[in-house]
Design a protein around this ligand. Sequence first.
Ligand SMILES: *[C@@H]1O[C@H](CO)[C@@H](O)[C@H](O)[C@H]1NC(C)=O
Length: 280
Amino acid sequence: MSIQRIILFHFCFCLILTPSVKSLDTLGDSKPGCPDKCGDISIPYPFGITSEGGGEGCSIAGYGVDCDFSYDPPKPFIATTRLQILSISETEIRVANRIAKLCFNRNGDVVLNESVVYMSVGRTPFTFSNTKNRNTLIGCRSSANYYVDQEDGKYSTSCISSCESRKKVVEGSCGGFGCCQFSIPKGIKSFKITVEMSTDVPNFLSYSPCSYAFMGEYEQITFAESDLLAVPEDRDIPAVLDWANKNRNSIAQAVSLRSRDNQFEHLAKMIQPIPISQNY
Ligand SMILES: *[C@@H]1O[C@H](CO)[C@@H](O)[C@H](O)[C@H]1NC(C)=O
């Protein structure tokens, strides 16, 4: 056996014994035998539907998805939270947001008070993305307070939006006039947002009756004056979760093992047509 032949043989042998840890680019399929969609939303492995037709084995631990068939089409939720999944990408999950809202009529009476919201992924392996999300408040004479529990302690931050006159509202800019924004630390798993509005000078309520605040994907926010008039739906600006930060290698290996059977087929096809004896 020539050296080349030994090397080639050895190379193939290695590949078969230890399926290469593929990158997460292989994401896209569910585990064979498991449902690959909940309603319109694709659920790629290592995620898997653990209710209604899927088994526990359809996901790796912590990546189970509840598919709620009481909606038409059915909606997927992260198991153990009631956060609705909008999409799953290579490293991120986009979930429907929770928006803190406070609205007044022109007399200064409260007409909507959902001014306190919580979001938590505490019982999951996920964290809120600090690169994609920012805390955003939209409104006038308002403040938003953010309370976060982190491993190294609690902290709170707030931002204030003025706009004493309508002219001061700057479209496209979130710099404190009608809109304020700030970034979040890495690794957050839960937070609380509260919104307050001062209505002692209620003339601004005609062009800004509501204030609202959320942690969400900042690239989807281009502040316009019309934002002061309408509160968005929870799903308009998603919150982004990182799902692959921790355990990246073990996840990649799990994804690779899922497709091991395919790799064997692929390798078998690759190996067969190589006429080893003609390589030299
Ligand atoms: C809205 O509700 C919260 C929580 O119940 C309360 O603390 C707050 O004072 C209310 N805000 C207004 C403006 O009524």
